[in-house]
Design a protein around this ligand. Structure first.
Ligand code: HEC
Ligand code: HEC
Length: 349
């Protein structure tokens, strides 16, 4: 049996293992703090058997073990906190380290191509460099089938480049379109307010309308005039605007807006957009879904501001690259990466 005269840590470890084994519990620990606590608790809980096992250790009372446990446990907690803080300073959170940690915790799953971008880049909050954005602008099919952006947008000279928009340099992207109406295409920090993102994600309406259908027709002008003059539920709206949404050919296709947008349920009404009355239009998109989250619908009409109103934007802004199939997903991984670059401040370096 264990010698009770030697009081080295090794012996205490051995005693502890023996003692707990005696109760039929498989337990052993080489951490002195844990052992002190366990021995202390064992002495208090099993005070009868204790004498047999510990024999000569009787002079040490249970209190001694508890106090020792507090001292050893407390100081080892303190030192481990100091050590881990020092470690943090020496190795600022490595993303690889965090990735393995998350994988162990089951917080990270990578099953398809898109998941790698979501899990490792977006979730891992990897900074997106302009280098990557430059590559995207030069690559065919980068955001869905079609030619590279810089084929048509490579200079601020409107005689050489559509909208005088130069997507071939970082300064060019930040400058935006230089042809009248000159306007920025990104708002750094706000991807959802950026025209560049709208143009990559949003299909022009009615869904499937030809790229070549003009964007300043009489019908579109009426919608613009109505929004710019306050979007009231007035005579002009009732007689000249509302009926357009129910008329199949009003906006250059064979199918009326209300065929796809006549109620607040999606399906069958895409994005829960309802264009069948003034009240319904002002309720906005996704009102049903947002209501469950205690939020209002997303406005599609901003009175006095047609240019900022989704309803008008969707009538006039062709999705890029021109002719792209509306079925192409709007959450393409490269679109998500571009959005993240804008969100992180659209830094050129
Ligand atoms: C084949 C030529 C062509 C290609 C390729 C092309 N665009 Fe365009 N782009 C146009 C034309 C034409 C317009 C103007 C008409 C319009 O807005 O519908 C335009 C307009 C834009 C605008 C709107 C600028 C403004 O002031 O409103 C943005 C943003 C844009 N394109 C981004 C892109 C991006 C990003 C790509 C690459 C995915 C791309 N374009 C690819 C021809 C092209
Ligand atoms: C064939 C069905 C179809 C028709 C017709 C149609 N839409 Fe849509 N609409 C959709 C789909 C699908 C979406 C969502 C996909 C997307 O965002 O491109 C959508 C989205 C919208 C949105 C965006 C809502 C948001 O979330 O911000 C607006 C606004 C809109 N449509 C207006 C119209 C107008 C105005 C017309 C008529 C000129 C029209 N739609 C005709 C299918 C249709």
């Amino acid at each position: 049996m264990a010698s009770t005269r030697k009081k080295s840590l090794g012996k205490i470890n051995y005693l502890l293992r023996f003692y707990v084994d005696g109760q039929g519990i498989q337990y052993q620990s080489y951490c002195p703090a844990v052992n002190f606590v366990a021995i202390g608790l064992a002495r208090v809980a099993l005070s009868n058997q204790e004498k047999d096992v510990f024999g000569g250790l009787k002079k040490y009372s249970g209190t001694f073990y508890l106090v020792a446990a507090l001292i050893v446990g407390g100081s080892s907690l303190f030192f481990s906190a100091v050590l881990s803080a020092a470690d943090e300073m020496a190795n600022p959170a490595s993303v690889t380290h965090q990735m393995w940690r998350k994988i162990r915790l089951g917080e990270l799953k990578i099953e398809g191509d898109h998941d790698a971008v979501k899990a490792l880049v977006l979730q891992g909050n990897i900074p997106i460099t302009y280098d990557y954005i430059a590559t995207l602008m030069r690559t065919p099919n980068a955001f869905g089938n079609g030619p590279a952006c810089i084929v048509c947008h490579s200079s601020n000279d409107p005689s050489r480049s559509y909208r005088g928009l130069d997507l071939s340099s970082c300064e060019g992207i930040l400058r935006g379109s230089t042809e009248a109406p000159a306007r920025p295409v990104i708002s750094p920090g706000k991807p959802m307010d950026s025209r560049l993102v709208h143009k990559l994600r949003n299909n022009r309406m009615p869904l499937g309308v030809s790229f070549l259908h003009p964007t300043d027709t009489e019908s579109i002008q009426k919608v613009k005039k109505w929004i710019d003059s306050g979007a009231a539920d007035d005579e002009f709206f009732k007689t000249s605007v509302l009926p357009l949404f129910a008329e199949p050919t009003a906006f250059g296709s064979e199918i009326a807006c209300v065929s796809c947008h006549a109620g607040f349920r999606d399906p069958p009404n895409f994005n829960e957009v309802n264009l069948s009355s003034h009240e319904a239009i002002m309720t906005g998109a996704f009102s049903r879904t947002n209501k469950k989250l205690d939020r209002p619908g997303i406005p599609i009409v901003i009175p006095h501001e047609a240019e900022k109103s989704r309803l008008y934007q969707r009538l006039t802004e062709n999705r890029m690259p021109p002719g792209i199939n509306p079925g192409e997903e709007s959450d393409h991984p490269n679109t998500s990466l571009l959005m993240r670059w804008i969100e992180q401040g659209a830094w050129c370096k």
